[in-house]
Design a protein around this ligand. Structure first.
Ligand code: NAD
Ligand code: UDP
Ligand code: UDP
Length: 317
């Protein structure tokens, strides 16, 4: 039964945080998985445990260059995702989103594969409507430090919908809201990994601005489940679909939770708010609920406990 449903699935960015969890899930579902990554922010360590599996293959490749392989499904996740990493080489970030999308769409067109784009809540920028629904067009600065990521991802969405309209392709777009969990990069500057690592090391917790800005945090297992469900929706349903956890917290609340869960003696230290930092963010997931039959199951405290366990082990190495 499983073998007959088995597909050849390409995961770009498969050695990253989300990609490695997705590869694991697809292998568990019986699929043949090709993980493509240039290891810009991802690492072989994230997928070492999968290398022995006969249905798993790892390929070093940069998706800004053409890729000729055979596949039935493509999950396009390749792109640095944290502000520190995507701003380090912003031109490369835009190239990865735009040239990468063109190449993966070209590949999907030739192989007639179904292709899913990992887009982001950043397409909404610093939003004027709250919570964000998929029909909101966003408020994005086109020339600021976050633009390489935001506009790159917006252009990738444009390409997905134009390839669909122009070539009748089978595309899917999900907009991912802040997601956390084991295998986040310890130094990528994202808030959950920063706070946990700082708390475990007894260093000051760096709170940017007044800490009253909000985010909604989704645990990685919930997120992967939604992505797989989206890939399984009927042909003709393209999205975009928001996926994330609507539970909204201020960053100060997050800092306090992390201190209490780790039992740390760290103190909160205020730092300047980065430019264009969105004030609030919360997904409206009504569409995901109805089309994917999905909603997140993992509460923030439970997900944070798992993540703390992961970083504790990592820092002890
Ligand atoms: P990540 O940095 O851990 O993973 C990205 C992966 O892509 C890395 O393994 C990196 O080496 C690889 N990569 C980057 N440029 C590449 C290129 N040109 N060619 C091949 N591989 C390349 O980040 P993540 O959190 O796992 O994010 C995965 C995807 O999900 C990204 O597209 C990101 O924009 C999107 N996303 C993530 C979040 C989140 O909260 N984690 C939120 C919104 C969107
Ligand atoms: N491409 C790829 N793998 C394939 C097919 C295409 O990487 O299997 C790339 C190729 O570089 C091409 C791009 O995808 O430039 C877009 O392909 P498309 O067929 O849309 O356009 P064209 O070939 O006309 O540029
Ligand atoms: N943030 C913070 N301290 C940190 C890292 C981040 O206060 O050490 C804040 C940041 O200013 C933002 C929020 O936490 O308001 C989420 O930041 P992150 O970079 O994780 O994600 P994004 O801004 O892309 O949603």
């Amino acid at each position: 039964m499983r073998r007959s449903m088995s597909q050849r699935v390409l995961v770009t960015g498969g050695a990253g945080f989300l990609g490695s969890h997705l590869c694991e899930r697809l292998l568990a579902d019986g699929h043949d998985v090709l993980c493509v990554d240039n290891f810009y922010t991802g690492t072989k360590r994230n997928v070492t445990h999968l290398l022995e599996k006969p249905l798993f293959e790892l390929m070093r490749h940069d998706i800004t260059f053409p890729l000729y392989v055979e596949c039935d499904r493509i999950y396009n996740l390749a792109c640095p995702a944290s502000p520190i990493h995507y701003q380090f080489d912003p031109v490369q970030t835009t190239k990865t989103s735009v040239h990468g999308a063109i190449n993966m769409l070209g590949l999907a067109k030739r192989t007639r594969a179904r292709i899913l784009q990992a887009s982001t809540s950043e397409v909404y920028g610093d939003p004027e409507i709250h919570p964000q629904t998929e029909d909101y067009w966003g408020r994005v600065n086109p020339i600021g430090p976050r633009s390489c990521y935001d506009e790159g991802k917006r252009c990738a969405e444009t390409l997905f919908f134009d390839y669909q309209r122009q070539h009748g392709m089978d595309v899917k777009v999900v907009r991912i809201f802040n997601t956390y969990g084991p295998r986040m990069h310890p130094n990528d500057g994202r808030v959950v990994s920063n706070f946990i690592v700082q708390a475990l090391r007894g260093e000051p917790i760096t709170l940017y601005g007044d800490g009253l800005q909000t985010r909604s945090f989704c645990y990685v297992d919930d997120l992967i489940d939604a992505m797989v469900r989206m890939m399984g929706t009927e042909k003709g349903f393209y999205g975009p679909v928001n996926i994330g956890n609507p539970g909204e917290f201020t960053i100060r609340e997050l800092a306090e939770k992390v201190i209490s869960l780790t039992g740390s003696k760290s103190k909160i230290e205020r730092k300047p708010l980065p430019q264009d930092d969105p004030r609030q963010r919360q997904p409206d997931i009504a569409l995901a609920r109805s089309k994917l039959g999905w909603q997140p199951k993992v509460a923030l405290d439970d997900g944070l406990k798992e993540t703390v366990r992961y970083f504790r082990a990592l820092l002890a190495q």
